[in-house]
Ligand binder design. Structure first.
Ligand code: ADP
Length: 541
């Protein structure tokens, strides 16, 4: 027997409809790419998104067609997402930090029909445009006054483009399982893989994200998503913030510490989300200027492990840190470090240790850890294994690789991460499976060592890689970037770490470098780092 409730498909545009109906005057503020602060509200964002939808329909864009965006977080980018999906087409976010050849590869794989791009990226697109024949038109996200001279095919200013229609348009109606968004994972090994979100998964994930013990998004908040819309579905914030009716603040092209600090203060931001490297820039700026955070209450930090020293920095300033973990394939939030009743009494170092873990699974994310044969491992906080996940906002296949099975026999997706889960359900990532250091038949967690090393007052960034060793298989090598003006030596760093981790986890050596290589999504590029140190010999050998 089926239930007798209404069939109300979970379509993304219903989020912006709700925001416009209930919170129509709520502000949407952007540091525009052209420079000045721009202010609009949800009512206008919806009206203009409808124009985008109508204009795309006029250009012959159909349900299922891909429309690429190469853009910062701005109100126009937000309108574009809702407009594109409002006719059943698919927003394809391109990460501008990719190499031009990679951009051409994914745009060809996606067969993008239009590209909507910011002024910043016109030169980049001009380099690759002749390699992407599927693109019929380039829409520059600006107005006529700022339109650059460009040879991009049929280039038009966004404001002119949407002015060509009257806005008298209705959203299309379709199945909630219709594709909505496409985001390629960085593909450090092999070709990039396209993760294809659906309306249903994006709406469900927005609801998950709003929950008090997830990101606690509320209409009384002022929210600055620094995490870009071109990375991992912007941690759902392009959906969850309007869904909850919160004030939406966007940083545009300026992600440096001074610009972020200014926005946090002038727009009275209460909650923000970003990867650790962005927070590091903010912290350095505040240290240099003596800036104080007067309105910020909470931050979500994820994408890479958040070192305990960063958690302490914010919490000492009255800002609650939620360490989060997820991935593009998970829409992307998987776990968050909200406090459960069982651990609510923890204080000091114990609380910091708990908060340094990546948190517990949110509703509609099931987790397990297994050994290499797929056998489940206990949740004892000690055994580490491959982390696998299942849920309605998690990939079951990659785009145009639909014949490739990516789930195990129980329907779980292997995240490629190695983790422990403690008896209270708190998960801790120890490594990516491909970065794990195997020493004497046991595994060493590079993340633990890195977290410890960056706690040293003279260390700006640290990375640990495994180096071949004749007796132990591999031994950890610590690679360090010193803070500006500091000149730490090997001995001070090793003695600082001594006693804080197991003896056999202690790095065999420390090497100092000017810069550690990063991926397009801001993670330490261990593949490249291992290549850079391929001829290195450990002193113990
Ligand atoms: P990409 O793989 O393209 O860089 P993703 O954002 O999808 O982009 O990367 C997801 C991966 O990032 C996870 O599988 C995990 O290895 C890492 N990650 C994300 N959040 C954390 C975190 N809080 N701590 C440690 N690693 C994290």
């Amino acid at each position: 027997m089926l239930g007798l409730m209404q069939n109300w498909p979970l379509l993304q545009h219903k989020i912006i409809d709700h925001a416009a109906a209930q919170y129509g005057d709520q502000e949407v503020v952007t540091r525009s790419v052209e420079g000045p602060i721009h202010r609009t509200n949800y009512r206008q964002v919806r009206e203009r998104a409808l124009r985008v939808a109508q204009r795309l329909a006029k250009d012959g864009v159909k349900s299922g067609d891909r429309v690429a965006t190469l853009a910062w977080n701005t109100w126009r980018h937000l309108e574009a997402w809702y407009g594109i999906t409002g006719i059943g087409a698919v927003y394809h976010t391109i990460n501008p930090r990719l190499f031009p050849e990679q951009i051409a590869w994914i745009a060809n794989h996606a067969q993008d029909r239009l590209v909507l791009l910011d002024l910043t990226f016109v030169p980049l697109m001009e380099q690759v445009a002749d390699k992407i024949p599927s693109v019929e038109r380039y829409v520059i996200l600006t107005d006529r006054a700022h339109m650059p001279a460009t040879k991009l095919k049929n280039a038009v200013a966004y404001e002119d483009w949407i002015a060509e229609v009257d806005g008298d348009f209705k959203w299309a109606e379709f199945d909630e399982n219709t594709a909505a968004g496409l985001c390629y994972t960085s593909g450090t090994t092999g070709d990039p893989k396209g993760v294809l979100y659906s309306h249903r998964s994006n709406v469900l994930h927005a609801l998950q994200a709003c929950m008090k013990d997830t990101l606690a998004v509320s209409a009384t908040d002022s929210i600055l998503p620094i995490v870009p819309m071109f990375h991992a579905n912007a941690w759902s914030l392009a959906f969850s913030v309007p869904l909850a009716g919160a004030k939406f603040v966007m940083p545009g092209a300026k992600l440096d510490g001074a610009s972020i600090y200014e926005l946090l203060e002038t727009e009275k931001v209460t909650f923000s989300a970003a990867v650790p490297t962005v927070w590091l820039m903010l912290m350095q700026n505040m240290q240099a200027t003596g800036g104080k955070l007067t309105t910020l209450k909470r931050v979500a930090i994820g994408g890479s492990a958040c070192p305990p020293s960063m958690i302490e920095y914010f919490e000492e300033r009255g800002v609650n840190v939620h360490h989060a973990w997820g991935m593009t394939e998970m829409s992307p939030i998987g776990t968050i470090g909200a406090i459960k009743p069982a651990v609510s009494g923890l204080k000091g170092k114990e609380l910091l240790d708990l908060k340094s873990k990546q948190g517990h699974a949110i509703f509609a994310v099931e987790m397990k850890i297994t050994d290499d044969e797929g056998n489940r491992l206990p949740w004892d906080g000690k055994k580490f294994g491959r982390l696998k996940v299942r849920g309605p906002a998690i990939s079951r296949r990659y785009f145009k690789r639909e014949d490739e099975e990516i789930l195990d026999s129980e329907g779980y997706f292997d995240t490629g991460d190695v983790a422990t889960i403690d008896p209270n359900g708190y998960m801790q990532i120890t490594d990516r499976a491909k970065d794990v250091i195997k020493s004497g038949g046991e595994w060493i967690s590079s993340i633990d060592i890195e977290n410890l090393a960056v706690g040293h007052p003279q260390v700006a960034e640290a990375a640990v890689i495994g180096v071949a060793h004749p007796k132990w298989d591999e031994r950890p090598l610590l690679v360090v970037v010193a803070k500006e003006g500091a000149e730490p030596d090997r001995k001070t760093i090793l003695s600082y770490m001594d006693g804080k981790i197991a003896k056999w986890w202690m790095p065999d050596d420390v090497q100092f470098v000017r810069e550690i290589p990063h991926t397009a999504t801001g993670k330490i590029n261990k593949l490249k780092l291992r290549q850079e140190f391929k001829d290195y010999k450990l002193p113990s050998e």
